[in-house]
Design a protein around this ligand. Structure first.
Ligand code: AMP
Ligand code: GLY
Length: 419
């Protein structure tokens, strides 16, 4: 089969490397891809948001199956347009992707169907939100832009003043554009965070192995929120007992709720959970594989990813057995200095072989380009150095050993992933 993967980050690289293990896969294209991906797939210079060009490419090149993974094209209906054109595609429709693209939708869904989450209020104008905060007594509170905001739309305000600033900057200054037309103000929860990605065809839900992201830019969870600076799998806090509870109180009820709403979800549903003293609660849903969670989850997958994705799309997931390795995986993100703020691009990366790899680990490329045989930085998150081994400690050691052999100007990484 000829497969087209839409996107071009570390997550897509991990998906492509796993898909290429499938005996069914004859050729993989990636649009737009990146420098490292170009060693494993044929990259096509089409922007991930360009639906018309993407469909034309898929038709002209007789693509058998399309995998759409980034949030923006999913919310914009990339899967819908592929399916309408007769090209089978993995991922939710725009109607279902709203579970991520509108926090107001997802919070109201959880409330309506009794799915545990933080208490919240929704506001459509800043005056009402500011009046609410004036009367509010408990801090911190969490202020969230309704729409997509590159993973930056959540502000944890420690006092009244910070909450007012957050409301004004999101709703009046529009720092996240139209995504801030509505906001959610919610209760601050505490507890370990867990990411669970799950395959679902709208009827059956099969959770993947758990993982843990490290969202802050600096060690000891200091600094700004990022897309994710590193991950480990399994998540040591997520016991079998908790997994069973989540299946009963969160995963199945969410799939049922989406069906009840006439928005059946097919694809990978990401549950961002917090294990609070009152049980597991949902922080957020994503309508897609997490990045960099995918980079530690998929290396542990022992079954055929293409077969699973096709079963999701064809609504026959129940009959598929999914096997996982018992090993642990760790991913350390090497980022450009300054990320998630301003950073330089085009710096040469040394220490990688001609395929952009190093022995003993897997290097998932997030923001690189390849020019004249050299790999150059081309994004905030540059590389995800990933190792899989018998224990979390040994996987981390392998990953950090490899990190110390890779160089680029102002490279920044956390030294406490998995600690
Ligand atoms: P999100 O983009 O929704 O995943 O939020 C980013 C991060 O903010 C999460 O990973 C949590 O660490 C934190 N966060 C979001 N909502 C809450 C909440 N209600 N209570 C505590 N922390 C939160
Ligand atoms: N790592 C979190 C996300 O993919 O949004």
């Amino acid at each position: 089969m000829k497969v087209l993967v839409v996107g071009g980050g570390g997550r897509e690289h991990a998906i492509i490397r796993k898909l290429s293990e499938s005996p069914k896969v004859e050729k993989i294209y990636c649009a737009p891809g990146n420098g490292g991906i170009s060693c494993d797939a044929e990259c096509v210079a089409i922007n991930a948001m360009n639906k018309e060009k993407m469909v034309t490419f898929a038709k002209d090149n007789h693509i058998d199956f399309v995998v759409v993974t980034p949030d923006d094209p999913l919310a914009d209906g990339m899967v819908d347009i592929m399916e309408e054109a007769g090209v089978p595609a993995f991922g939710p429709t725009a109607r279902a992707a709203i579970i991520e693209s509108s926090k107001v939708f997802s919070k109201d869904l959880m409330k309506k169907y009794g799915i545990p989450t933080a208490n919240y209020e929704v506001f459509g104008d800043s005056d009402a939100a500011l009046a609410f905060i004036q009367e509010h007594q408990t801090f911190p509170v969490v202020v969230k832009a309704d729409g997509l905001a590159l993973g930056k739309g959540v502000i944890i305000a420690v006092d009244k003043n910070e909450a007012e600033n957050a409301i004004r900057s999101i709703m009046e200054d529009k720092i996240f554009g139209q995504s801030g037309n509505q906001i959610v103000i919610e209760e601050f929860m505490t507890g370990p965070e867990v990411s669970v990605l799950a395959f679902t065809d709208g009827k059956t839900v099969k959770p993947m192995v758990s993982s843990k992201d490290h969202k802050r830019a600096l060690d000891n969870d200091k600094g700004l929120n990022t897309g994710g600076m590193g991950t480990v799998s399994p998540n040591p806090y997520y016991t079998d007992e908790i997994a069973q509870e989540c299946m009963k109180t969160i995963f199945l009820p969410t799939i049922d709720a989406m069906n009840q709403e006439g928005r059946p979800f097919k694809g990978c549903l990401y549950f961002g959970l917090m294990l609070t003293s009152n049980g597991p609660k949902v922080i957020e849903y994503n309508c897609r594989f997490g990045d960099p969670e995918t980079q530690v989850v998929l290396p542990r997958l022992q079954s055929d990813l293409l077969e699973i994705m096709m079963a999701v799309r064809n609504e026959c997931l129940e009959g598929i057995t999914i096997e996982w390795s018992n090993e642990a995986a760790a991913c350390v993100i090497m980022a450009s200095g300054g990320y998630p703020g301003k950073y330089e691009k085009g710096c040469e990366i040394t220490g990688l072989n001609s395929k952009g790899q190093i022995d003993d680990v897997i290097i998932y490329h997030a923001g690189t380009k390849k020019e004249n045989g050299k790999f150059l930085t081309n994004g905030g998150r540059v590389l995800g150095i990933t190792a899989i081994d018998g224990t979390l400690e040994s996987a981390l050691k392998k990953a950090y050993d490899a990190v110390s052999n890779i160089c680029f100007k102002n490279a920044h990484y956390r030294t406490d992933i998995g600690k």
